[in-house]
Design a binder for this molecule. Structure first.
Ligand code: GTP
Ligand code: MG
Length: 356
């Protein structure tokens, strides 16, 4: 999974990136000249994988991971001329979701007022304007083609979709809540519009007011999925040994680290779940979307497994923990052979039988 961290300048993106990844990138109250994003990959420490690994004692244990990209600050001006630079946009398009960091902390060095709701609107406008430029551009080209007599069905569907998209964007609404028919959706999928990406809000609060922003959080959650972090504090925590961090977290009434909370939150929002493969060589977690079937799960492992799929041998992690061994699972009749259309569940342990 890949998550892009975006936000206005000095909203605390790099601070939160450090908290999430354990890195120590410099945070500054002036806008850094650096335009390269920071990258960090973090294992999703799923306790189930740890326990499976203890049980099978494999040569390799591979957790799922999340890749975070810490982008340079956006201007939020909503002007066409300061739209998101093409290289930033191209990278942002490769993400599964965007996490928008919004400033809710006092810092005399950071210019501007604290106004989370208006900051969210500014960034949304910026995403919207970037999409608008692309959509209008493409529509212009289609109009030209039409004048030259090219009017095939596919082009007409694309045109229809683009007109809907431009209408939506012109009324200052993101594409997240625009309904397109499946053929329209297909026709414009290649543009990977940025305002269509799942967006979650990280309210970056002061250590002192963390946990006391209920009204604000409610307002934001009318439209968005939102989570609150005390960015600075979380960054300091991530530098401490676990036992010491745990004590501080208790004082602040924080049940889990920012990393763990954001991981859970992202899985939930994106509708992701984990299945596992086990054996003497490797115990490994795989990520798929809720509702995906056994063939799609097989395809995550290797395209050959999807192509030559015969059956999936399947049992659940919970049954394994309850009975203690694969043998006991079979004796209890909990070992299943599933076909192509089987909808994989969170915690399934799969072994794909295939032939190519
Ligand atoms: N009090 C407080 N200050 C914070 C917090 N998060 C960030 N800051 C301060 O805000 C300033 C900017 O932090 P960064 O993490 O560099 O912000 P950024 O969004 O990455 O900034 P750019 O990359 O320049 O856009 C620094 O001076 C931080 O110390 C926070 O949670 N609380
Ligand atoms: Mg930064």
């Amino acid at each position: 999974m890949k998550i892009g961290i975006i936000g206005l300048q000095n909203s605390g993106k790099t601070t939160i990136f450090n908290a999430l990844t354990g890195q120590d990138i410099e945070v500054t109250s002036y806008s850094s000249a650096k335009t390269e994003p920071n990258l960090g990959i973090v294992d999703v420490i799923d306790e189930r994988v740890t326990r499976l690994s203890e049980m099978y004692e494999p040569k390799k244990t591979i957790y799922a991971n999340i890749e975070y990209i810490d982008f340079v600050g956006l201007t939020g001006s909503g002007n066409r001329k300061d739209a998101i630079p093409a290289n930033v946009l191209a990278l942002a398009k490769t993400t599964d979701a965007l996490a928008l960091v919004v400033r809710n902390f006092n810092d005399t060095e950071v210019i501007g007022d604290i106004d989370p709701l208006s900051d969210i609107d500014s960034i949304e406008s910026e995403l919207i304007i970037s999409d608008l430029i692309i959509a209008e551009n493409r529509l212009g080209k289609i109009e030209l083609s039409k004048k030259r007599g090219i009017k095939d069905a596919a082009l007409m569907i694309e045109e229809k979709a683009l007109i809907k998209i431009i209408d939506q964007l012109n009324s200052d609404k993101s594409l997240r809540d625009l309904e397109l028919s499946s053929e329209e959706e297909k026709a414009v999928r290649g543009f990977q519009f940025i305002s269509q990406k799942p967006l979650l809000i990280i309210l970056n609060s002061d250590e002192d007011n963390f946990g006391a922003n209920e009204e604000l959080l409610n307002q934001i959650s009318e439209k968005y999925k939102v989570i609150e972090f005390a960015g600075n504090f979380e960054m300091e925590l991530s530098k401490l040994p676990p036992e010491e961090a745990a004590e501080f977290m208790e004082d602040m009434n924080i049940a889990e680290s920012a990393r763990d909370r954001l991981t859970k939150f992202s899985y939930e929002i994106l509708g992701y779940l984990s299945f596992f493969t086990v054996g003497k060589d490797e115990v490994r977690a795989w990520t798929i979307t809720k509702g995906q079937n056994a063939v799609e799960a097989a395809g995550k492992i290797h395209s050959d497994l999807a192509r030559g799929f015969i059956r999936a041998e399947c049992f659940s992690y919970d049954d394994l923990m309850e009975t203690g061994s694969e043998k006991a699972i079979k004796e209890k009749g909990h070992f299943r052979l599933e076909g192509k259309n089987y909808i994989v569940k969170d915690g399934d342990i799969l072994n794909i039988r295939f032939s190519v």
